[in-house]
Write a protein that binds this ligand. Structure first.
Ligand SMILES: C[S@@+](CC[C@H](N)C(=O)[O-])C[C@H]1O[C@@H](n2cnc3c(N)ncnc32)[C@H](O)[C@@H]1O
Length: 332
């Protein structure tokens, strides 16, 4: 290895000069021998004695997830893995494609090391069934699927194996919270562990009715109500919102309908419970806004109501060309 040879007392100054010039090699260790130091260089330099000697290569310490896996996976595979990370409190959920399944343990260990979270799981199925939960396989760390996730200052306790929760909706929840006015009566028809109600009630003095069919979700929402300092009030109900809502003898200024695949089948329930001039925060999976807007308009027409679409946006991408879309509508 080509080296600059200097007396030991000049070693440090020379090392700094060579580093500043960008010609010191980081791949090999500096060697000290018989009152001389040998600094590896990547190109020739005048004014120094150059010697060719054998040096010990540096041990490569990976600094991030990509570096740890770069010998095993190509850069595209690493990038795809990286964008598939969902971090929920101390839990990381990874999506590992079929062709990388034989490397799942290696990937899980790398994720544990570099995310510094406690438990790494891999998606084993799509989100499915009425409760919108997916199967998970434990990969690395501690096998504990119960965690507390922090979002906009709210503390949200949940079991990632038992309930639906997506950290990717955080911006959407903040946006809805910011549009809420103090004093609103709100119904969250499909509340899960209550991220919408908790984020809203932490910030606004409102009255929220929160419904979910998943007993576990309501159990965690009841805990989350106690875990957070709330300005507003939240009442929880467990059951099918179509049935449970029959006992509600009030109308709501806002109704949140975040069950994107099926929300349209509950539009009649929502329209019967909305106050005149109230807002519906409606969600769908779609490649455009038209389908959702038409469904809202058609239901309004059937029930003899007027509708004004006040906002539309893409919340997140779900698959190529398909989006989780949000439509805000005012009903008169
Ligand atoms: C997509 S998740 C949304 C949860 C929550 N809003 C969030 O943002 O995290 C939909 C929720 O609807 C609940 N659900 C499904 N069908 C329901 C029904 N008929 N009545 C009430 N809740 C229902 C599921 O249990 C699930 O927790």
């Amino acid at each position: 290895m080509k080296c600059v040879k200097v007396p030991l007392r000049q070693l440090n100054d020379t090392r700094i000069k060579l580093m500043e010039k960008g010609i010191m090699s980081m791949e090999y260790r500096i060697k000290a021998c018989d009152d001389y130091g040998y600094i590896p260089i990547t190109e020739d330099i005048e004014d120094y004695e150059i010697d060719d000697i054998e040096l010990e290569p540096m041990k490569k310490v990976p600094h991030n997830f990509s570096e740890l896996l770069e010998d095993e996976l190509n850069s595209e595979e690493i990038e795809n893995l990286r964008t598939s990370f969902d971090t929920i409190g101390d839990v990381v959920i990874l999506e590992i494609p079929e062709d990388l399944q034989d490397k799942k343990q290696l990937i899980g260990d790398a994720a544990l090391k570099f995310t510094k979270r406690k438990s790494i799981y891999m998606k084993k199925s799509a989100i499915k069934g009425t409760t919108r939960v997916r199967d998970l396989e434990f990969l690395a760390g501690t096998d504990n699927s119960i965690t507390i996730h922090k979002e906009h200052g709210a503390r949200l306790k949940l079991d990632v194996k038992e309930v639906y929760f997506s950290p990717r909706l955080a911006t959407e929840r903040k946006r809805v919270m910011e549009s809420v006015k103090d004093g609103e009566k709100i119904l969250d028809m499909f509340c899960g562990i209550g991220p919408f109600p908790i984020v809203i009630a932490r910030n606004k003095n409102v009255d929220i009715t929160a419904v979910d069919i998943n007993e576990e979700a309501i159990k965690y929402l009841d805990e989350n109500i106690k875990l957070n300092k709330l300005k507003g009030n939240i009442n929880t109900y467990c059951g099918d919102v179509r049935e449970v809502s029959k006992s509600f003898n009030l109308k709501f200024d806002r109704i949140i309908m975040n069950l994107p695949g099926l929300a349209y089948t509950f539009l009649d329930v929502a329209f019967n419970l909305i106050e005149d001039g109230g807002i519906i925060n409606y969600y769908e999976f779609s490649d455009s806004y038209d389908q959702g807007i038409n469904r809202l308009k058609n239901t309004c027409e059937k029930l003899g109501k007027d509708i004004e679409i006040i906002n539309t946006r893409k919340v997140k991408s779900t698959s190529p060309g398909e989006w989780h879309v949000a439509i805000d509508a005012k009903i008169n």
